[in-house]
Structure formats: structure tokens, C-alpha cells
Design a protein around this ligand. Structure first.
Ligand code: AQP
Length: 329
């Protein structure tokens, strides 16, 4: 249990988007350079709370795997696996739910946001934080790199693990969240300026390209102020996107021209063209790698199977420890 253990997951609820990339996946890949163990999973049990289409779910699971591999996940340094290949997490979920007060779950912002967006909740959606806590605690995770939207869930995992430990002795390791320092990375906006989210229809797929990419970028919300009007860059949503892709000096030039206004100021159309170009370039190599993996599904299957084997051995040990501690063995 010594050393760092990094863990994170992505739900296969649609194609991974720029928010997933900048808020999470990019950190997951970068952490391969650090000492420690890494567990990255495709949260397919979680996706069941919203999915009703088995073929689509299978396709989305594959898509998340392809995304990680295309973006540089190295199976030698990171275990990549499907959550449902580790059924021990559902046993741990039950043990954690049994020491969790209803009030804790009722306070979950993400649950309340989903209700506010008109989503009809299942009981699964309500207890989602307990499954997430089990995912984290199963691998003795010490560090959980996630976007800002997951901070509260992480705190709930700490609470649940703490309650179990308080009742039965030291079983679970306390995990800490790792959140990107920049506000834009921690909460990438969607096309409408709200948090980019698969379920809000305001997202841009990481590997979007050509005309569909132009169309997507074209939908980024702008206002009717003319280009000549001097503007505070903070009032222009497009800048939050440009910040993700342009280097600091180029970004500053665009900002300066926008602040100054007049004949030299860029219009929103011009900024959108630059953004499309920058996105195309940023993911060009990853797009090619993705195509290679698409052509070799057996290789992807083998990577997932190996990842599951490593993850399951760890989760089984934690499950056994928890069962023994609470008197079920
Ligand atoms: N907009 C975002 N900005 C920064 N980070 C984000 N993440 C998600 N959206 C943003 C981070 O991506 C990781 C995986 O998220 P997820 O797909 O498991 O669940 P989510 O956070 O609920 O993402 P979505 O797109 O909003 O999914 P749906 O719509 O299905 O609920 C997490 O680390 C998350 O923080």
C-alpha cells in the first residue's frame, strides 16, 4: 500500500469530449511519468443509470478505450479496464451504502443538477456516489485526478470510507482529489457556456474533424457586438476555448486586439476559424493512432482483459478485507 496509486474513470455515456480530455484524460496520461500505479476504468456500470441501448453502450465503451489509447495511454504503465469486469466493486458498494446516511446522498450537487435538467432519476443515479466511492476505495487509491464537477463525489468517498473504517477498523485508504489548477481546465465550458457535458448536448467530441468540427465550433455562443467594439476578453466565451489550444503569446495577441477594438479587432468568425485549425492540429497524431486501434479490435480487447486482471486482483483483496472486517467472513 506504500506509494501513490492513481485512479480515475470515464462514463461511456457518449463520445468523450473536450471537457473529459482537458479536465481528466490529459492528466491521466501525463501521470504515466510519475512513480506509482495507475488504474483507469470505463465506468459502464455507472452508464447503466442512463443507457437503455445495449448496442450503443457497447459502442461507447469501445470508444472510451480507443480514446485513451489514441491519446497515449500505455498499457504497460496503466491498467485500462471495464468497471463491470471487476464485480467486486458492487459488493463494496453495498458495504459502503450500509454505513452511509441518506442525507449525504441527498446533498449531491450532480444529482440535483441532473434533476434540474429534467432527467428522471433512477435509484441507481441516486446511489451513484457509493459506486464511485467503491471504485476509488477498491484499489487503495491515493490520488484521484478528476474535473471540478467530481470534487463533491470524492469528498463523499472519503466520508464513506471513513465511516466504514470508524465502524470496523482501518480497511480503506483515504483518497485525495487532484483537480487541474486552471479554472478553464477544471471546468471546460460547453458550446452554450455551461459545463461541457455529454448529456447536455453542448459538447465537442475530442476527435471531431473537418466539416463536423467547423459546425460544432460554429455553435459556440457569441453575442451581437460588432468586431470594432472594444471588449473584455473575459466576456467572450470563445476565449475560454482558445485558451485551451493556443500558446500564451498568441492568445495574448488575440486578447489585445479584442480589447483595443477598431479596424484591427478580430470578428467571432475569424476566431472560430483559428480555433478549428488549432483543434485539428492538436489532435492530429492522436486521430491517426485511433484509426490504427480501430483496425485492430483484438489488440484493444487484449489490453482491456489484461487491465481487468490486474484491477480485479487488487479489488478482490480489498473486498476480502472489508468482508472480514464487518463480520461477513
Ligand atoms: N466540462 C468538463 N470540464 C472538466 N472536466 C470534465 N469532466 C467531465 N466534464 C468536464 C471530467 O471528465 C471525467 C469523466 O467524466 P464522466 O464522463 O465520467 O462524467 P461527467 O463528469 O458526468 O461527464 P459528463 O460529460 O457530464 O457526463 P454525463 O453527461 O454522462 O453525466 C471526470 O473526471 C470529470 O470530472
Amino acid at each position: 500500500m506504500a506509494g501513490k496509486t492513481f485512479l480515475s474513470g470515464i462514463q461511456p455515456t457518449g463520445r468523450p469530449h473536450l471537457g473529459n480530455y482537458f479536465g481528466a484524460i490529459r492528466q491521466h496520461i501525463a501521470l504515466q511519468e510519475e512513480q506509482g500505479e495507475r488504474f483507469y476504468f470505463i465506468a459502464d456500470y455507472h452508464a447503466l443509470t442512463s443507457s437503455r441501448d445495449p448496442a450503443k453502450l457497447r459502442e461507447n465503451v469501445r470508444d472510451v478505450a480507443l480514446t485513451y489509447l489514441a491519446l497515449g495511454l500505455d498499457p504497460e504503465r496503466s491498467a485500462l479496464f471495464r468497471q463491470s469486469d471487476v464485480p467486486e466493486v458492487t459488493e463494496l458498494t453495498w458495504m459502503l451504502l450500509s454505513v452511509t446516511g441518506m442525507g449525504l446522498l441527498e446533498r449531491a450537487h450532480s444529482y440535483k443538477d441532473k434533476l434540474a435538467h429534467g432527467i428522471t432519476p433512477s435509484a441507481g443515479l441516486f446511489v451513484y456516489p457509493a459506486l464511485m466511492a467503491a471504485d476509488i476505495l477498491a484499489y487503495d487509491s491515493t490520488h484521484v485526478p478528476v474535473g471540478k464537477d467530481q470534487v463533491q463525489h470524492l469528498e463523499m468517498a472519503q466520508d464513506m470510507g471513513g465511516s466504514f473504517n470508524a465502524a470496523y477498523g482501518q480497511v480503506f485508504v483515504r483518497p485525495e482529489a487532484m483537480i487541474p489548477k486552471s479554472e478553464t481546465l477544471a471546468k471546460v465550458p460547453g458550446l452554450d457556456g455551461e459545463k461541457m457535458s455529454k448529456s447536455y448536448g453542448n459538447d465537442v467530441w475530442i476527435f471531431e474533424s473537418g466539416k463536423p468540427l467547423k459546425n460544432a465550433v460554429g455553435k459556440i455562443k457569441t453575442d451581437s457586438r460588432p468586431p470594432e467594439e472594444p471588449k473584455d476578453p473575459a466576456s467572450v466565451l470563445l476565449f475560454q476555448f482558445l485558451e485551451l489550444f493556443l500558446d500564451a503569446s498568441e492568445l495574448e495577441q488575440w486578447k489585445e486586439r479584442t480589447r483595443a477594438g477598431g479596424a484591427g479587432a478580430p470578428g467571432y468568425g475569424h476566431m472560430k476559424l483559428r480555433l478549428v485549425e488549432a483543434i485539428e492540429l492538436h489532435f492530429a497524431d492522436a486521430r491517426k493512432r485511433r484509426e490504427e486501434y480501430v483496425k485492430d479490435p483484438a489488440r484493444v480487447d487484449a489490453i482491456l482483459a489484461r487491465g481487468a486482471e490486474i484491477a480485479r486482483a487488487r479489488a478482490r483483496a480489498t473486498r476480502d478485507r472489508a468482508l472480514a472486517a464487518c463480520g461477513l467472513r
